[in-house]
Design a binder for this molecule. Structure first.
Ligand code: NAD
Length: 422
């Protein structure tokens, strides 16, 4: 992400403003405006062709005021020092909003994993754990999957960690593991289910039914496909899906059907043909997709897709940030002026880290939950957080994002104060 430096400054601006609204002190802002620690490492990998390459890696713990830092590790060529600062700060806010005994972390390696062989990828993954080992652990810092990392990489991480630490079976050091090695049931669906829950609760708040509500969804990956499924099961109509497919007809990036798509059918097409864009349906451009006259617009793919370049064209009555950071500062300003409410990422997509927290607890206690128990617990925990955000927005007459920030920052501030930090 090239403009991560700017994004970090924007985020600091938002934190400062919320501190002022909520009456939080300058000293507190001074502490949380930068991460507590950032480790930077260069990881050497002996490549298959006999040469050695080094890969730059970062791990940031933004705040450990409420507990060990927690957050994903991404493998991507555009990872930067600033990017992990932004993302770890947002993680602190996300876990505090859920009331979890955790802090915010994030990490990354500057690499295009598609260019590595399986062996090189494994060596790089193990190298990350060796570089960060002193600052990893179930009570210190708990990584998880993120962009281009998955349960398999968590398997390498866990194995290396155990080997480096005298065989201690501290599998709670990593979440997002396979269910065959301590992962939680219900994790795959968790983020999409949480996106659906936030929308359902918003509709209850405005006294409307989801039946027949029209949805435009960008991204039909893990988050988007499950969000679509739960929304459709509750009567909403998925009228447009935007996705990526390099082989698709030029200029067409979304499919449209005013009667609504069946998410199960879309899943089948994606699995068989590589992209939902291969569904026989009317094709529309990205510009047309964002300008659709619909009830709910859900960006569930990438960051920065709603900006001052297209926010003015948006006609949706609600925007829900299923992806991390899909709406830029300038884009949000325009949505606010147009009175289009926005449910922020730290609430809308928090179901993922919530169930990762359950994984951590299950690993530590050795007692495991059924899928139904996970779903019921997630619904209860998220319903509470969503209700608190709505009530805080009403109380302070602020946006849902500012309300979420107020709740999170107030919790972090209390913990720091009790620790005598200021
Ligand atoms: P994913 O890789 O499973 O899916 C991403 C989808 O976006 C894919 O279907 C891809 O085709 C689509 N896409 C990519 N570029 C696109 C473009 N230009 N236009 C339209 N569609 C495009 O990823 P995911 O796990 O679903 O994550 C999506 C977003 O949600 C990311 O921002 C991620 O950080 C965030 N998120 C994910 C989780 C989680 O639990 N998976 C948790 C919190 C936040």
């Amino acid at each position: 992400m090239s403009n991560a430096k700017e994004q970090f400054l924007d985020l600091q601006g938002k934190l400062k403003k919320v501190c002022e609204i909520a009456g939080l002190s300058e000293s507190f802002y001074e502490i949380i405006k930068e991460p507590e620690r950032i480790i930077e490492a260069n990881i050497p990998v002996k490549m298959d062709d006999g040469t050695t390459k080094t890969f730059r890696a970062f791990r940031s713990a933004h705040s450990t005021a409420l507990g060990p830092s927690k957050g994903g590790v991404r493998f991507h060529q555009s990872v930067t020092y600033e990017e992990v600062k932004v993302l770890s700060t947002l993680m602190s806010l996300k876990v505090a909003l859920l009331g979890l005994p955790l802090g915010g972390g994030k990490g990354g390696i500057v690499v295009d994993p598609k260019k590595l062989s399986e062996r090189e990828l494994e060596i790089l993954s193990r190298g990350f754990v060796r570089a960060m080992n002193n600052y990893l652990g179930p009570r210190i810092d708990i990584p998880a999957p993120d962009v281009n990392t998955n349960a398999k990489i968590m398997g390498y991480f866990t194995d290396e960690y155990i080997a480096l630490n005298g065989g201690r079976q501290d599998i709670a050091t990593f979440t997002g593991k396979s269910t065959d090695m301590g992962g939680s049931l219900g994790r795959s669906e968790a983020t999409g289910f949480g996106v659906y829950l936030t929308i359902k609760k918003y509709y209850e708040k405005i006294g409307k039914s989801l039946k027949g509500a029209t949805v435009a969804l960008q991204g039909f990956g893990n988050v988007g496909s499950f969000a679509a499924k739960y929304l459709a099961d509750d009567g909403a109509k998925i009228i447009a899906v935007s996705a990526r497919d390099e082989s698709a007809e030029a200029g067409s990036s979304a499919i449209f059907d005013e009667n609504g798509f069946d998410p199960d059918q879309l899943n089948e097409i994606r699995e068989k043909k590589g992209s939902v864009l291969n569904k026989e349906a009317e094709k529309i451009t990205t510009e047309e997709f964002f300008a659709l006259d619909c009830d709910i617009l859900i960006p569930a793919a990438l960051e920065n897709v709603i900006s001052d370049a297209n926010a003015d064209s948006i006609k949706a009555k609600l925007v829900v940030e299923a992806a991390n950071g899909p709406v830029t500062e300038a884009g949000e300003k325009i949505l606010n002026e147009k009175n289009i409410p926005l449910i922020p990422d730290i609430l809308a997509n928090s179901g993922g880290v919530l169930v990762s927290h359950y994984e951590w607890v299950q690993n530590i206690t050795g007692s495991y939950l059924s899928e139904e128990e996970v779903r019921a617990k997630q619904e209860k925990d998220m319903t509470r957080a969503i209700g608190e955000v709505f009530a805080t927005a009403d109380k302070y007459k602020v946006t849902f994002r500012q309300a979420a920030f107020i709740l999170s920052l107030t919790r972090i501030e209390k913990a720091l104060k009790l620790k005598g930090r200021f």
